[in-house]
Design a protein around this ligand. Structure first.
Ligand code: NAD
Length: 487
């Protein structure tokens, strides 16, 4: 294995995230021999569970999500549980004693990862106590993993960050953006920097526009209360969408180290053209889904949602990156709930060639496209023009396809599996740095300020199960482009 011995403490161990993602991911890592045999997990949560109940819970979660329980007994023998009150020092002292004894039992060298899979309002309280009650007083490494959302806007994010930084240094903090754990998102870098074919063309001379889409079929489900305060802009754009844009647009790093890659990404966010109040409407479109004919309910009819809600469930935007490489190239992003299909993908549209020898009034040449499929399919497609077989010199579009799913014959590891493994190895490359968080909130805050002060009178403006509001199409049409269909 390439990971050192570790004690992993999961705060929020009875929650949804731990159950659906963390235990199955840990089990995979364990079965692949990717975690040191010297490991222990302490589940920490409010409920008064016994250790047996917790172990059963972990076993069930693995079974439900993976469908096998090979080696499960050995796996769960490493799990411990503590019922805990996050604001009570006594609880932390008990936790510290348990941690210290496991340190000895498993020879963990005081290496500790604190994974906060809980509501963000507890983050600061927990980190304060971890330090003041001595849980970070060991010889080994201490890492803090934090789930989204990291703040609600720049001031709240700053406040949270300041509080966490009282107990952990920036390089001990691993802010999860699970998009960065996805195989094809990590592949953006490889496609760009390991191919002679793309990097020379990766600029404003050859690329006409870039389109990043992340659409969901589901609505807000049970998360209405949270979503009412968040909306698509905060929930998706501030983190996932801007992180994908940074990877697409960054300069080649001088080395593939955490510092160099993060350094290049942050420069992209610094170069984002800030919007003025009256420009927001020209660059950003918001949408909210309404009911559809087949009985799908609208956002305003969802549980825990205000019947007059002004919250957006869809965002489309045009980003400009004002640097030498990208001057004049629009990067369009869109994300929404209750769309036609579930899909995350990136389309890079190349400029038309200088002269079309094959021009035919009925059939213009299709532009070259590079499509990066992130989910549910994973792969890349290159759209080219080739000769149509036959007597005439006619062109026909061809697609060169590479699909990850079919090459490996199995699903690639889940984002959480990769990210947990990275964190155990101490590799923070695929986690967000505070500088990213700060710059993306600053960018997004301007848009939410304008949106919060002007109620959208057209809401709902797209039917559940469709491609989003018409205004999103017009955003591209006025630049002479259109959204490439999500096929
Ligand atoms: P959840 O509500 O299912 O779980 C909350 C956990 O916190 C439970 O284990 C509960 O026991 C514990 N808890 C709550 N109050 C406590 C207290 N006072 N003292 C001790 N323990 C307490 O939440 P979740 O869906 O697992 O989400 C956890 C975090 O992960 C949140 O920050 C969320 O935004 C984030 N997140 C979740 C998902 C997901 O798929 N569920 C995805 C991305 C991010």
């Amino acid at each position: 294995t390439d990971t050192p011995s570790t004690l992993l403490m999961i705060f929020g161990a009875t929650g949804d995230l731990a159950k659906r993602k963390l235990y199955p991911s840990l089990f995979h890592l364990f079965n692949k021999g990717k975690i040191s045999k010297d490991f222990a997990v302490i589940g920490v949560a409010r409920r008064e569970w016994t250790e047996e109940q917790f172990k059963k819970h972990v076993e069930d979660s693995v079974l439900t999500s993976i469908g096998t329980k090979e080696n499960i007994d050995e796996f769960i023998s490493h799990f411990y549980y503590q019922s805990h009150d996050v604001s009570d020092s006594e609880s932390y002292i008990t936790l510290k004693n348990l941690a210290d004894s496991l340190d000895n039992k498993y020879n963990l060298h005081g290496n500790r990862i604190f994974y906060l899979a809980m509501a963000p309002e507890f983050f600061g309280t927990i980190t304060d106590h971890l330090k003041s009650d001595g849980l970070t007083d060991t010889q080994g490494f201490h890492r803090l993993v934090i789930e989204k959302p990291f703040g609600h806007d720049l001031p709240s994010a700053e406040q949270l960050n300041n509080q966490i930084r009282e107990s952990f240094t920036e390089d001990q903090i691993y802010r999860i953006d699970h998009y960065l754990g996805k195989e094809m998102v990590q592949n953006i870098e490889v496609i760009r920097f390991a191919n002679a074919l793309f990097e020379p063309l990766w600029n404003s001379r050859y690329i006409s526009n870039i389109q990043v889409t992340s659409s969901e079929e589901l609505g807000v489900e049970e998360r209405g209360r949270y979503y009412e305060k968040s909306g698509a802009l905060r929930d998706m754009v501030q983190n996932h969408m801007l992180q994908m844009v940074a990877l697409l647009a960054m300069e080649p790093p001088i080395k593939l180290t955490t510092e160099e890659i993060r350094g290049e990404k942050v420069k992209v966010l610094r170069a984002l053209r800030p919007l003025k109040d009256d420009e927001v409407k020209d660059y950003f479109v918001r949408g909210q889904y309404g009911p559809n004919e087949t009985g799908g309910r609208g956002y305003r009819q969802e549980p825990n949602v205000d019947p007059n809600s002004n919250t957006e469930t869809y965002v489309a935007g045009k980003l400009m990156i004002d640097n030498f490489r990208w001057a004049g190239v629009p990067i369009y992003i869109r994300t929404g709930k209750r769309m036609e299909t579930k899909s995350t993908k990136i389309v890079i549209q190349f400029k038309d060639i200088p002269m079309n020898l094959y021009y035919n009034r009925d059939k213009p040449l299709a532009p070259n496209l590079l499509v990066i499929h992130i989910q549910p399919d994973e792969g890349i497609t290159l759209h080219l023009n080739a000769k149509k077989s036959g007597q005439n010199v006619e062109t026909t579009p061809v697609k060169l396809n590479f699909s990850n799913n079919s090459v490996d014959g199995m699903n690639t590891p889940e984002a959480y599996e990769k990210l947990l493994h990275d964190c155990m190895r101490g590799d923070a490359t695929n986690f967000t740095h505070w500088d990213d968080v700060k710059l993306s909130w600053a960018y997004v805050d301007k848009i939410s300020e304008v949106w919060e002060t002007t109620k959208e009178t057209e809401f709902p403006n797209y039917c559940a199960g469709t491609a989003g509001p018409k205004a999103a199409d017009e955003l591209l049409e006025k630049d002479g482009f259109y959204w490439w269909p999500i096929d």
